[in-house]
Design a protein around this ligand. Sequence first.
Ligand SMILES: C[S@@+](CC[C@H](N)C(=O)[O-])C[C@H]1O[C@@H](n2cnc3c(N)ncnc32)[C@H](O)[C@@H]1O
Length: 231
Amino acid sequence: MLKLSSRLSAVFDQVAAARKDIGPGRVIDVGSDHGLLAVSCLENGIASDVICTEIHEGPAEHSKEALKEAGFEERSQVFVTDGLKGISLKKGDIIVIAGMGGLNIIDIITRCLETESVEVLKDVRFIIQPQKSVNLVRKFFAERGFVFDDESVCTDRDFFYNIMRMSYGVSPYELGAFRECYGVLLPGKAEEGDELVKSYFAHLDEVFSIRSRSDTVVRAALEERKRHEDQ
Ligand SMILES: C[S@@+](CC[C@H](N)C(=O)[O-])C[C@H]1O[C@@H](n2cnc3c(N)ncnc32)[C@H](O)[C@@H]1O
């Protein structure tokens, strides 16, 4: 069995939780790179089969080799494509976009929403792990009506990473600065005493105190956080 990094392991945990939620189906790993997550999903029985997409030939070859070596050639397909271009979604699919910048993720999902029907999207789950622009990603998903089923944080080599598990919903809503910057479900986890989330928030407080000088959204989020703490 493959051993995943802490970051990919946290992503995997959310894929496993999504699978329990929607029943059997495929995992589509967008930007699969080395293909490790896809192999792990098959090894652990949380994907009937996998689709990997890669914008570059080299990583697509790595994914193919990893899947072949693990004996999953028959249950996998690897495409060189941009995001989900050319892939038709099916009910039960879990889409993973991990390790990419937030703006790239937003672009990929925007194009996906243009081509897929609400009927199918309702029975698909999305596992999103942005490397940066996390606040913009949260804002985008809320504005497109997605529901945050879970949010988690992990550390890997001294960096914090956010992982979001989402379902497609229909009604758009606004999060506001605090929830865009600190998370939708993470504040509740911090209140319940989750030590990892609490240390993540302490880290964000430091980063945001500098960024708030030039970023009004971050400033508003930080002010709301202080109000919460004073209560
Ligand atoms: C940093 S790696 C992360 C790989 C893996 N998902 C992970 O979390 O470890 C990002 C990968 O996404 C691929 N990528 C970037 N933009 C993409 C796009 N629009 N469509 C498909 N793949 C993309 C890159 O080629 C690269 O292999």
